[in-house]
Write a protein that binds this ligand. Structure first.
Ligand SMILES: Nc1nc2c(c(=O)[nH]1)N[C@H]1C(S)=C(S)[C@@H](COP(=O)(O)O)O[C@H]1N2
Ligand SMILES: [Mo]
Length: 309
């Protein structure tokens, strides 16, 4: 009886996925024809090169990373994305790139992921609501992609757009936000090597609730800048209006740099609750630029961060 239990728990989702693929291969189905994206396999992700980091805190559990989420396209509760994101179809997937570049370009996901070898990077994620996690993301620097595109001199900002498909993303049927979800960065922020184009987490392809199949991670900014499930990228000349800044400009700015010295109008940003800590644990001190000031502080020299929050 005990034995049987162990065996059952060993049959993980990946194993089932793998066995099914091997089986289909043996019987001669092309993986593309049956809707797998062979380049985004578990095997790819588990081979990502581990990049050294100096975060001493332990990783947030896989369970918390994949079940306590913000993805308003699937509802407002932290549990909504996990409950509903499986309805989003992520294969086929492509990313359309336009604006101030020499020629517009569309990348199939399979081609995008091939632009560079994948890396596993452990980053802190600090949500504007006051909680944080430590997460092993997989991807490569967004700069790899940007260097392949011939930007014109008018490309000063980069806009990202999430999938808009209300039939699969039921949260989009309500007007809580102005859909599709839009985020943007200054080009120098986007070019910074820490800015990650992310395809996986914890050695696996991104679960839908974490923004499959491709999202952004900007570790020194509040989580809402790290836009999920990207389908469009556009280069523009002037600072665009982004989703959260549009919905409440007094509370959410364009920059959204993690800053313990600039409070949200309704709560402090000086401390945070690490997801997974005991209810009795003390809140942790939030670090300026989420602890990445040495790397990215220069981007904001001369900028009044109280005004440009
Ligand atoms: N498209 C889209 N991207 C999004 C969000 C969203 O609601 N829609 N939520 C953001 C917020 S507020 C946070 S904190 C992070 C959460 O990422 P995670 O669920 O993978 O931890 O995703 C960000 N990206
Ligand atoms: Mo967030």
């Amino acid at each position: 009886m005990a034995n049987k239990k162990i065996l059952a728990s060993e049959i993980t989702a990946e194993k089932i996925y793998y066995d099914r693929r091997n089986f289909l291969k043996k019987i001669g189905f092309a993986s593309a024809a049956i809707g797998f994206s062979p380049l985004l396999s578990f095997a790819n992700m588990s081979q990502a090169k581990k990049i050294p980091h100096d975060i001493k805190d332990s990783l947030t559990s896989f369970k918390d990373v994949t079940s306590y989420n913000n993805f308003y396209e699937f509802g407002l509760q932290k549990s909504s994305p996990k409950a509903h994101a499986h309805k989003m179809k992520v294969d086929p997937w492509s990313v359309e790139i336009s604006g101030h570049i020499e020629t517009n370009k569309t990348y199939a996901l399979e081609d995008l992921v091939k632009l560079a070898s994948l890396e596993e990077r452990v980053y802190r994620l600090r949500c504007v609501e006051g909680w944080s996690m430590v997460i092993p993301w997989i991807g490569f620097s967004l700069s790899v992609l940007l260097k392949k595109l011939a930007l014109t001199s008018r490309a000063k900002y980069i806009i990202f757009e999430t999938l808009f498909r209300p039939d699969e993303m039921e949260g989009q049927k309500s007007r809580v936000l102005d859909w599709p979800y839009l985020e943007a960065l200054r080009i120098d922020e986007a070019m910074h090597p820490l800015t990650l184009l992310c395809f996986g987490v914890y050695g696996k392809v991104l679960p839908n609730q974490n923004g499959a199949p491709v999202r952004l991670i900007i570790p020194w900014k509040y989580g809402f800048k790290s836009i999920k499930s990207i389908v469009k990228i556009k280069f523009v000349e002037s600072m665009p209006k982004t989703t959260w800044a549009l919905s409440n400009p007094n509370e959410y700015g364009f920059y959204a740099n993690v800053n313990p010295n600039v409070d949200h109008p309704r709560w402090t940003q000086a401390t945070e609750r690490r997801i997974g800590d005991s209810i009795l644990a003390k809140r942790r001190k939030t670090e300026f630029l989420n602890g990445y000031a040495e790397e990215v502080g220069y981007l904001y020299s001369g900028l009044d961060l109280k005004k440009n929050f």
